[in-house]
Write a protein that binds this ligand. Sequence first.
Ligand code: GRG
Length: 304
Amino acid sequence: MTDIEKYIEENKNLINDFLKTHFSKKAYNKKFPHNKFSLNDAMLYTLATPGKRIRPIILLIAAESLGFSDKKRLIPFASSLELIHSYSLIHDDLPSMDNDSLRRGKPANHIVFGEASAILAGDALLAEAFVILSDNEYIEGFDPKKIIEIIRELSYTSGAGGLAGGQFLDVNSFGASLGFENIEYINKNKTASLIGAACAMGAILAGGDNLIVDNFKKFGSCLGLAFQTIDDVLGITGNKEILGKTTGIDKTNKKFTVVENIGLEKTYELINEYNEKALFYLNKTGAKSDALIEFTYHLTNRIN
Ligand code: GRG
């Protein structure tokens, strides 16, 4: 295992432990005798299934690269990103969106719980992320202004200015042959914005000034563009068992990704360009960036 793989593994466990403990303290498991499952079951079905946890991990590395060493205090904020991400995956798989039946190697949320419950599980995860970000126990000792800043960052990114805005254009473009710039615009919003927010939140919590936060956000956004582009490549060349999700779904949905637009060879060049741009902005943050550089290359070489 490389150093970054060890780091990811250790921190993944901290995030998973936090999520388990947080939800065990909550009373979202109310069900009537005729109910087979609670809302808590539907939320945790997707949230607790092993994912790569890259968004929380990147918040941790960003904060640590600016010298914030009390990692335990960052874990709730980092984990809130995973709730937003899991909600977006649940909604993304719905019949009215990507209509996919496999996620993280298991039947998608709506296949198990039904469409209405899956929508509500997604909604509840979205809201719970902000319950975590404003929880007295977790915010203790942080400057309240910083907490408001991270809440603004994550709420803006989750809404029209990020995930929902990008997804709106995406699902309303099935069958349309979009040019490169429009595809990149969608990717920037639906995927890269959350990775940018993760970096910005880490920098804010570590006390970075506006310029540092802005450069971290740009670093994350470029990294996120590379991440989505790799996802599109894996959607064509990847292995369904390793990916844990359906391959070829974009083709089924008549969704034209960067790969159809510029071809596979140029797509690999584009991924390198995004990474170079990411590292350019990272350099401008002045942070101790070794782990983030390693993380960037780790993501580029991913197979799932
Ligand atoms: C407001 C109704 C409404 C929807 C929310 C659904 C949505 C907006 C946005 C979805 C955007 C989306 C799902 C983008 C795909 C991003 C992506 C590459 C997901 C895969 O992420 P990984 O590889 O997955 O990190 P794991 O399973 O490892 O966590």
